[in-house]
Write a protein of this length. Structure first.
Length: 114
């Protein structure tokens, strides 16, 4: 939750809370980065606390997600580099693909190991 809040702060703060101040922007990005590290550590602890089956389901979902993110992300980037798409490749599109892939992988894993 802290990471999401700091991401929202740095995404919208320069426009709505302060006048695009480089110092405040840098501080916001650093705080977001540190919150992200905290999120990663909390996720690692959560995974270690799961039982073996849930850990297996999560690992499989993460493996599929990583593979799709790398392959789709690089392909998407190349489409943009070679102007084969009429819009700019945005990281938000890749984040959506990652989220949907992970969600699908988790659901399929839970259904498979019922």
């Amino acid at each position: 939750m802290a990471w999401v809040l700091t991401m929202a702060l740095i995404a919208f703060g320069p426009k709505f809370l302060w006048d695009n101040n480089d110092t405040l922007n840098l501080v916001g990005i650093l705080v977001n980065f540190l919150a992200g590290i905290g999120m990663i550590l909390a996720n690692k602890k959560h995974l270690n606390d799961l039982d073996e089956l849930q850990r297996k389901i999560q690992l499989e979902a993460m493996a599929i997600t990583l593979g799709i993110a790398v392959v789709a992300g690089l392909s998407y980037s190349m489409l943009d580099v070679w102007n084969l798409i009429s819009f700019d490749a945005e990281i938000s599109h890749l984040v959506i693909i990652i989220g949907l892939t992970y969600l699908t992988g988790t659901i399929v894993g839970n259904l498979r190991y019922r």
